[in-house]
Design a protein around this ligand. Structure first.
Ligand SMILES: Nc1nc2c(ncn2[C@@H]2O[C@H](COP(=O)(O)OP(=O)(O)O)[C@@H](O)[C@H]2O)c(=O)[nH]1
Ligand SMILES: [Mg+2]
Length: 240
């Protein structure tokens, strides 16, 4: 009933522990029926091989990009009536937060729950250096824009999130890159879905190299894409 989609690009140092601790946490929560889908789009290292050995289903995404990998994983979701979770492959998200993330959906109270690293930070949970200042302020700004536009309460565009497969399908997601997270939140808000966020732990990546926030150029480029996706979402016409 639960699909966990992990977009991964050259994450051989961390992918195995992310898959193992995900499976461990889900079993601890008594969730027996789940599938871990690693969406790899052309890693040149051993990511795909190691992910498969660790028990995940590996999906080859044809086009580069974070959203593109998430879409490729989603296309192979075996549970169309279940729940879909996303988390990163670098070990920055903590699978121990699955419990808090899933609880409101399992209780039937929410359609989507986003893990906020900013809320975690306020409680001293974010390791120093895990979120760069540019990332932190960029995400806060995005949350502010979403809140002002649709009256939802978001502080972050965190990658670790859970949503019912049905709700996700209704959002007609199509962003192929770094607009993926804001597109999901903006469209969910625009559609009037039941959404909330919870504080999550966030760590420095556990190995390998950052593809985005590690450089100022990467952060600015992602910021521009995120703002553009927000603006496009205002004009999105959902199917009734
Ligand atoms: N499949 C795929 N995954 C990507 C791509 N770019 C980044 N990722 C993954 O997306 C996640 C977030 O990227 P990361 O480099 O950690 O960004 P940061 O946290 O801002 O430094 C990681 O799991 C990456 O492996 C991409 O083009 N394709
Ligand atoms: Mg990361």
């Amino acid at each position: 009933m639960l699909a966990v989609i992990i977009p991964a690009l050259n994450e051989e140092e961390t992918i195995v522990s992310v898959i193992r601790s995900t499976a461990e946490q889900l079993k601890r929560l008594n969730i027996q029926e789940f599938q871990v889908l690693v969406a790899d789009n052309g890693s040149s290292d051993a990511t795909a091989h190691l992910a498969q050995e660790a028990g995940a289903t590996v999906i080859e995404a044809e086009t580069r990009g974070y959203g593109s990998a998430c879409l490729a994983g989603l296309a192979k979701n075996p549970y169309p009536d279940g729940i879909v979770c996303f988390l990163d492959a670098d070990g920055a998200d903590d699978p121990r937060d699955f419990e808090a993330l899933l609880a409101p959906i399992l209780a039937g109270d929410m359609d989507m729950v986003v893990g906020s690293r900013i809320l975690g930070e306020h409680q001293g949970w974010v390791s120093p250096g895990a979120l760069t200042p540019v990332q932190s302020w960029g995400n806060r700004l995005s949350g502010f824009l979403l809140s002002r536009t649709w009256g939802v309460s978001f502080t972050d565009l965190g990658p670790f999130r859970a949503i019912t497969a049905k709700a996700l399908q209704s959002l007609e997601m199509d962003d192929k890159n770094w607009g993926w997270t804001i597109q999901m939140q903006a469209r969910a808000a625009r559609k009037g879905l039941r959404v909330c966020e919870i504080p999550v732990h966030y760590r420095v990546r556990q190995g390998g190299q950052s593809k985005i926030s590690g450089t100022l150029k990467g952060s600015i480029a992602a910021g521009v894409v995120i703002l553009k996706t927000y603006a496009q979402s205002i004009f999105w016409c959902p199917n009734p």
